[in-house]
Design a protein around this ligand. Structure first.
Ligand code: PRP
Ligand code: URA
Length: 209
């Protein structure tokens, strides 16, 4: 069974509460998703391997540590996942970015894929698959399918708000992929919205409703 971790850092929880409020503007929403993305990246990258490197400070020689050159990619699920990319990029500027475009059919709630664009060496990279919302889990599950089909072996899924239904479906479909969220909410309503949630993340990020 894959790990599901709620990252309970006070800064994340504080910013998430502002993000959820219906009064929060699109501008603030974008800034908050960016900041929370960065804070989540800190936790998700905790187990990246290090290696020794010999360096000289202005006063002495020392053996220091650096990231062991493991190649990373950030893959947002469009559209809303785009909001989380820059925050992670700021912390891991050597990462490459792939894109998976999909939307949920509003009737069936099933994801419809419309774009996949990956770095050519994606199979050799550790991938952070990002999307602020995990509702039924359909989009995230299909996102991992897309990556596995291209040979990716090391994947972590990072979201902000997860519904229990989505966590269960994801763990059943991909028991080998760990998941990180800023919050585990209560349930999904009949329209497939997370309750209490934050509404439609894509529309709030891009001001499309
Ligand atoms: C939202 C969200 C996820 C998906 C989650 O995207 O960003 O991708 O729904 O729902 P699921 O877990 O039930 O699949 P949406 O379809 O609204 O597209 P958008 O990001 O383009 O707005
Ligand atoms: N997608 C969203 O953006 N919000 C939800 O609550 C569910 C799916």
């Amino acid at each position: 069974m894959s790990k599901f971790q709620v990252v309970e850092h006070p800064l994340i929880q504080h910013k998430l509460s502002i993000l959820r409020r219906k009064e929060t503007s699109s501008k603030e929403f974008r800034e908050l998703v960016d900041e929370i993305g960065m804070l989540m990246a800190y936790e998700v990258s905790r187990d990246l391997p290090l290696e020794d490197v010999e360096i000289d400070t202005p006063v002495a020689h020392m053996t220091a540590q650096r990231l062991a050159g493991k190649k990373l990619a950030i893959v947002p699920i469009l559209r809303a996942g785009i909001g989380m990319v820059d925050g992670i990029y700021k912390l891991i500027p050597a990462a490459r970015v792939g894109h998976i475009g999909m939307y949920r059919d509003e009737e069936t709630l099933k994801p419809v894929e419309y774009l996949v664009k990956m770095p050519t060496d994606i199979a050799e990279r550790q991938v952070f698959l990002v999307d602020p919302m995990l509702a039924t889990g359909g989009s995230a599950i299909l996102g991992v399918d897309v990556l596995k089909k291209r040979g990716v072996k090391n994947i972590k899924f990072v979201c902000l708000v997860a519904a229990p239904e989505g966590v269960k479906a994801f763990q059943k479909a991909h028991p080998d992929v760990d998941m990180y969220a800023a919050a585990l909410d209560d349930h999904l309503n009949e329209q497939g919205y997370i309750i209490p949630g934050l509404g439609d993340a894509g529309d709030r990020l891009f001001g499309t409703k």
